[in-house]
Design a protein. Structure first.
Length: 326
């Protein structure tokens, strides 16, 4: 009932009468009053006027199950939702939920992670009350060799959502680091469970630096937050809804060809590496060249000094700007 009342208050331009809420949910006025009291304690500013009812005047930046469910209304992305005030890793949670039979589109969200991971096992700093940590569970019906493109689908979705929601110019450092003004605001980690010939499930986790006000000195030159770049505190639940909505659309486009053909142009618009000198950190030997974009599989096309084009696969190597992170 709490989620439904919050949804009604948010969607109504006028006051919602207490009697209307009583009739809709079959509860007493005391029960409605208790819900309003809970919402106020969480930071929602609710005006109560006699003979008019209740009106939501201000919405705090909170991540709760009620807040998320009152925001997220997609066809499938996030319709099944799990929220954790604190957890080890939402990727671990999503994989457990997948093994328990959770459906396609399930999302695990946490206000704080204490065991978040990036690529190659790097630790991801995850304080409470500041950022977005979520993992989306997918059960795709295509060959396992197509799944690597899903990381780029999420990267594009985050970039598009942040750009539209926050009004910032957002780039993608291939394959899936989201950057603003040359610094990273989001990391993405995709993991897959595969049976012979088919995918059992894929989980795509993302950590978005939203309202962090400072970073440890050792990463302050390469990491930033939406707050630091805009000096604005952003509502995380609303931003997450925008990301999931974008992903749902981009994923459906991806399914039409089972590769990046349909979204390649949009991805390239955000790709900060294009026509830039890059250093490819390949275990078989580093080399330098000029990035020429991606192909339909999501591989980075790097033109070497010899003039030949090399396809770089994200799972095997890292790419850095010749003179720094980007």
């Amino acid at each position: 009932m709490k989620t439904e009342i919050l949804t009604l208050l948010r969607e109504s331009e006028n006051y919602v009468s207490g009697q209307e809420l009583c009739n809709r949910f079959g509860v007493s006025r005391t029960a409605v009053w208790k819900v309003m009291k809970q919402l106020k304690e969480e930071g929602y500013v609710i005006e109560a006027v006699q003979n008019k009812g209740y009106k939501l005047k201000a919405n705090p930046d909170v991540l709760t199950l009620s807040e998320l469910k009152s925001r997220i209304h997609n066809q499938w992305a996030g319709n099944t939702l799990y929220f954790y005030e604190e957890t080890g890793s939402t990727n671990i949670d999503a994989k457990r939920l997948a093994e328990e039979g959770a459906p396609h589109g399930t999302v695990a969200v946490a206000d704080k992670q204490n065991a978040g991971r990036g690529r190659r096992g790097r630790v991801w700093q995850s304080p409470a009350g500041k950022d977005i940590y979520f993992t989306l569970l997918l059960r795709p019906d295509f060959a396992p060799d197509k799944a690597s493109g899903l990381t780029l689908v999420m990267a594009l979705s985050v970039a598009q959502a942040v750009e539209a929601f926050c009004g910032l110019t957002v780039g993608i450092k291939w394959p899936n680091d989201i950057v603003v003004n040359g610094k990273k605001i989001c990391g993405i980690l995709t993991e897959m469970n595969v049976e012979p010939g088919y995918i059992q499930y894929v989980v795509i986790g993302a950590g978005i630096n939203v309202n962090l006000e400072q970073f440890p000195e050792e990463i302050s030159k390469t990491a930033t937050s939406l707050f630091l770049e805009s000096r604005t505190q952003w509502p995380r639940a609303e931003l997450l809804q925008n990301v999931l909505k974008r992903f749902e659309y981009n994923y459906e486009v991806f399914l039409q060809t089972k590769d990046l053909t349909g979204i390649r142009t949009e991805y390239m618009k955000h790709l900060v590496n294009v026509d830039k000198q890059v250093r490819v950190l390949d275990p078989e030997g580093e080399f330098e060249g000029i990035a020429r974009g991606i192909d339909s599989s999501g591989e980075l096309l790097v033109e070497k000094e010899s003039g030949g084009i090399v396809k770089v696969y994200a799972g095997e190597v890292s790419v850095r700007g010749l003179y720094g992170y980007v």
